[in-house]
Design a protein around this ligand. Structure first.
Ligand SMILES: NC(=O)C1=CN([C@@H]2O[C@H](COP(=O)(O)OP(=O)(O)OC[C@H]3O[C@@H](n4cnc5c(N)ncnc54)[C@H](O)[C@@H]3O)[C@@H](O)[C@H]2O)C=CC1
Ligand SMILES: CC(C)(CO)C(=O)C(=O)O
Length: 308
């Protein structure tokens, strides 16, 4: 099958390399030093699930690639709209654009650009990053990827994507019954984990050790779950409890990509995370003071690094 990875970074580079190793025709879309390195030295993945190195066509211009079966859409959420505007040349009649991003708005933003019939929802559970140009480092996390058609249909294209991802070494592939539930499930965790590690600039171990901060972490999760339900998302009742238990077991030195971006003066996904909780709570009867506080604390930094 023919894949384009739009944003061949921590998530996209990892998936692209795994799919290429499984025999698929993979094209990478990247930019800057990373693109230069991909062109000259190929893509190296250093992974706790096994290293690999692949030589794949790489470009910053989707027109060089043409229509594909799947676009794995893996840019940061603040780049979604701009990147979505460049998807045209990659689209055939049945091309699926699969968002493997954090946040619950990317699918809608994509649909506004390319039409809902092209959009497939997705969630990534992995800790991976561009360690240096051309090199993606996967340091942990299950490398679990969850995906599904927005209307829950078992279409041929989602079944074929499922087969392709299941055939990849180093990938745990999960076809979701209700991708909206999966998007909000991950959202509940990532808003707490990212928001609190970034706002405190400390790893989760320190947050857990400070009673007030750990209570706030738990309340962020609970608020997001309440907002999901107020927006008619059928989150299981035990979602908040599961995440709190999960966070309790996380390595004490675990941070988040939001903390990384803050401390490396890079553009932050605040608008797609805690600020999005505040937006989605608007018009419901759910109060979200903890997410408002995280947003207020991080907003000046997000503004300062918006062009980073
Ligand atoms: N890295 C991780 O461990 C995880 C990340 N996520 C989410 O996945 C999404 C992707 O994150 P990462 O892979 O970490 O980001 P990343 O920053 O490592 O990779 C994205 C790449 O896309 C490139 N890009 C953006 N717009 C482009 C354009 N118009 N043309 C060409 N290249 C473009 C960027 O330069 C960057 O190299 C985010 O929403 C993130 O929150 C979710 C789970 C885990
Ligand atoms: C915490 C983590 C790595 C979990 O997948 C994540 O999604 C992020 O930091 O953006």
């Amino acid at each position: 099958m023919r894949f384009a990875v739009f944003g061949a970074g921590g998530v996209g580079g990892y998936l692209g390399a795994r799919l290429a190793d499984a025999g698929h025709d993979v094209h990478l879309i990247a930019r800057g030093d990373h693109l230069d390195a991909l062109r000259t030295d190929g893509l190296t993945v250093e992974s706790v699930a096994g290293d690999t190195a692949v030589e794949l066509p790489a470009t910053d211009d989707p027109a060089d690639i043409g229509p594909v079966d799947y676009v794995l859409f893996c840019v940061k959420a603040h780049d979604t709209r701009e990147a979505a505007a460049d998807l045209g040349p990659l689209l055939g009649d049945d091309t699926a654009v699969v968002s493997f991003q954090n946040g619950v708005d990317n699918e809608r933003w994509l649909a506004e650009e390319v039409g809902e019939s092209h959009v497939v929802g997705g969630v990534a559970y992995i800790f991976s990053t561009i360690a240096e140009p051309g090199v993606v480092e996967h340091t942990g996390g299950p490398a679990r990827f969850v995906y599904g058609e927005l209307d829950g249909e078992r279409t041929d294209r989602i079944a074929a994507l499922d087969d392709a991802l299941r055939s990849c070494a180093g990938v745990e592939a999960v076809l979701a019954d209700d991708i909206d539930v999966e998007l909000w499930r991950k959202f509940a965790f990532i808003c707490a984990h990212s928001g609190m590690t970034a706002a405190t600039r400390l790893p989760v171990g320190d947050v857990r050790d400070a009673e007030d901060s750990w209570r706030m972490y738990r309340r962020v999760v609970e608020e997001v779950c309440a907002v999901a339900r107020a927006n008619d998302v059928a989150l299981p009742d035990d979602t908040a409890a599961e995440w709190v238990e999960f966070a309790q077991e996380l390595d004490a030195d675990s941070y988040s990509s939001l903390h990384y971006d803050l401390t490396h003066e890079k553009a932050m996904e605040l608008d797609a995370l805690n600020a999005a909780v505040v937006r989605h709570a608007d018009g419901t009867d759910v109060a979200v003071p903890m997410n408002e506080a995280v947003t207020a604390v991080l907003r000046p930094w997000a503004e300062r690094f918006a062009d980073g």
